[in-house]
Ligand binder design. Structure first.
Ligand code: 5GP
Ligand code: ZN
Length: 119
């Protein structure tokens, strides 16, 4: 069922505590943890506890939780003090855009110069 944990999903396993992660923030609806392969000094993933394959699907089904993901992404940036210098929130959607884990997640990137447009 949509929103239910998926047995084969890495990020559902992180939510459940079955796969370790460096958690930096938690809320009732989200978990934020450092990316295992950081692309910037701050590179944190913010995920909903519920399973949806991407951010758009999450937003349609659970708009309040999608908003929580954004709120927590901003809180991560403030916690890592990247909010003054600027940071980027990215939702890769689809394999063609580089999505490799099909559980909705925001990348929070900061702590270095960020080119626009991204590659
Ligand atoms: P995507 O490519 O789907 O937008 O982002 C998936 C992200 O998850 C990648 O940046 C990748 O480095 C990260 N990632 C993959 N496996 C793990 C893991 O086991 N632990 C953590 N913390 N991050 C992971
Ligand atoms: Zn999942």
């Amino acid at each position: 069922m949509a929103g239910e944990p998926q047995a084969d999903c890495l990020f559902c396993k992180i939510v459940a505590g079955d796969v370790p992660a460096t958690v930096v923030r938690e809320s009732a609806t989200t978990v934020a943890f450092r990316d295992i392969n950081p692309q910037a000094p701050t590179h944190v993933l913010v995920i909903p506890r519920v399973h949806y394959p991407d951010a758009g699907t999450l937003a349609v089904a659970e708009p309040a939780i999608a908003a929580d993901v954004l709120t927590e992404a901003a809180a991560v940036a403030a916690q890592d003090k990247t909010d003054a210098s600027g940071y980027r929130i990215v939702f890769n959607t689809g394999a063609g855009a580089g999505q490799t884990v099909f559980h909705a997640h925001a990348h929070v990137l900061g702590g270095r110069g960020l080119n626009w447009p991204p590659g």
